[in-house]
Design a protein around this ligand. Structure first.
Ligand code: AMP
Ligand code: ZN
Length: 482
């Protein structure tokens, strides 16, 4: 079923392109990872669910996948365009902790979310501070031709490469507001590739360099780790759509400088063949933020009683290039859909058959393959999965094999989940699940003995503790914690 050629949307050309690997049989993918100064919000995690779906699809297509996700523990400023403070330094000062402790804590929190969302581990988590020497070497190799030094750092002159900003479809002078207060910048969009520690100051994270003590620029990190770990050009570079505007154009400019490449009419001059960007998860009020209102972390969803894979389902229900609005109702609908699927899967008791090519499954499998090959169209692929589950009068083992194959791409862990796992269980409930089950058993016995007074009393007591008893619920919820 994996014969349909894989088409992916390349942000650089703004068009769908057939995936043709740089190295036959292989797929090398770099994903911009989190800046570990705070917990990731669920919008950030959408970027990694997307990258995971891409990786799984490439594996399913038979490519040997090498996926790198970096961990940014230095260099990312509070403003993407070179202004403000280093996010890590700022948080460390606020919390009076070492940057290394901050980085460790939030990296682990991010990994917990990765695991909870069934995102596969990449070949390597590359940590920016492990590559400082390589960053200095990279910067040295482009400094003479492409950079100039100011008091605050080494700056990249964007006029020294062709097609600067093509990815963002921006004019170089559009970045006027980006100059900030850096005096001496030649072009508005020029950016620091090395930030010097100001005289008389000491930063927690600083290294010696030919340009004095300081720290690398954020854009430099990804150029260097991409080149070191995957080699230029590699196949696919991913990130959230905000990176299309500044971070990735700057990475591309550095990559062009490093390889002595010309204009971007040849996509591989950018360092990668395809640049892919997921659209944002948004809140009704607008942009998702780590500072305003209720901080939407995955843990908050879990604390409110939702299984984290309901959020993965929510992501898959939208195409990655569409904006997705978060709502609790939407999350509950995704949970219910996941539960219906899991209930159908639970009925497939037979072991998976060795083959999936039963004619009854051909339409669903083809629809699934076409959808995934069409720029990772997960909303359609999900309906193909439901079509396959609805096929009647067919051997359960063959059905199971077909569903397993589809789930290897969607990653919903359909054979690991049970309907019970998907019950909504808020953390702050006044009653445990065991207590509820015990009370319900007592109620059942009372009803069998036709003792309706006791049965009603139990129901009322449960209701007072926030438990809604759901007799005869078609989804078999039996009870629900409100
Ligand atoms: P950061 O830790 O800020 O570097 O962001 C990690 C990843 O999340 C990047 O790929 C961002 O582009 C992406 N991202 C940030 N906000 C959102 C959002 N609301 N929805 C989807 N992706 C996002
Ligand atoms: Zn990056």
């Amino acid at each position: 079923m994996s014969d349909t050629p894989l088409k992916l949307f390349n942000s650089l050309t703004r068009s769908l392109e057939t995936f043709e690997p740089v190295h036959p049989g292989e797929a090398r993918v770099y994903t911009c990872g989190p800046t570990v100064y705070n917990y990731p919000h669920i919008g950030n995690m959408r970027a990694y669910v997307f990258a995971d779906i891409l990786g799984r699809t490439l594996s399913w297509k038979g490519y040997k996948l090498t996926h790198i996700i970096n961990i940014t523990d230095v260099g990312h400023l509070t403003d993407d365009a070179d202004a403000g403070e280093d996010k890590m330094e700022k948080m460390a000062a606020q919390k009076a902790q070492s940057i290394w402790d901050i980085a460790r804590h939030y990296t682990e929190a991010y990994w917990a979310d990765v695991k909870a969302l069934n995102i596969r581990e990449p070949a390597k988590w590359s940590v920016a501070t492990d590559y400082i020497d390589e960053m200095i070497e990279f910067a040295k190799s482009i400094a003479d031709k492409h950079c100039y030094e100011l008091e605050s750092g080494l700056y990249f002159d964007v006029s020294t490469v062709e097609d600067y900003g093509r990815l963002a479809r921006a004019q170089t002078d559009e970045g006027e507001s980006r100059i900030g207060d850096v005096e001496g910048k030649r072009n508005a969009a020029d950016f620091a590739i090395w930030r010097k520690t100001p005289a008389g100051e000491k930063r927690q994270m600083e290294w010696d360099s030919p340009w004095g003590k300081g720290a690398p620029g954020w854009h430099l990190e990804c150029s260097v780790m991409g080149e070191k770990l995957l080699g230029f050009p590699f196949d696919i570079h991913t990130g959230g759509i905000d990176h299309r505007e500044i971070h990735h154009p700057n990475e591309i400019a550095q990559n062009q400088a490093f390889c002595g490449c010309g204009g971007l009419d040849v996509a591989t001059h950018s360092g990668a063949k395809i640049w892919m960007h997921n659209n944002f998860l948004v809140e009704r009020s607008g942009k998702m933020s780590k500072s305003a209102g209720e901080f939407l972390r995955l843990q908050l969803l879990i604390d409110k009683g939702y299984h984290p894979l309901a959020y993965r389902m929510m992501c898959l229900q939208a195409h990655y290039r569409s904006e997705l609005e978060f709502s609790w109702d939407g999350l509950e609908a995704a949970l219910t859909r996941l539960k219906r699927i899991v209930m159908a899967v639970e009925r497939l008791h037979a072991p998976a058959a060795p083959k999936t090519d039963h004619p009854k499954f051909a339409p669903a499998l083809e629809k699934f393959a076409d959808a995934m090959a069409d720029d990772l169209n997960t909303p359609i692929a999900l309906t193909a999965l439901e079509d396959a589950l609805a096929v009647k009068k067919v051997d359960a083992g063959i059905k199971r094999a077909a569903i397993e194959r589809m789930d290897s791409v969607l990653g919903l862990d359909l054979f690991g989940l049970s309907r019970k796992d998907l019950r909504i269980r808020p953390k702050n409930a006044q009653i445990t699940e065991e207590e509820i089950e015990a009370e319900l058993l007592r109620r059942k016995e009372a009803r069998m003995a036709k003792d309706f007074a006791t049965s009603d009393a139990i129901r009322d007591e449960l209701s007072a503790k926030g438990v809604e008893v759901m007799d005869g619920d078609p989804l078999g919820w039996e009870w629900k914690l409100g």
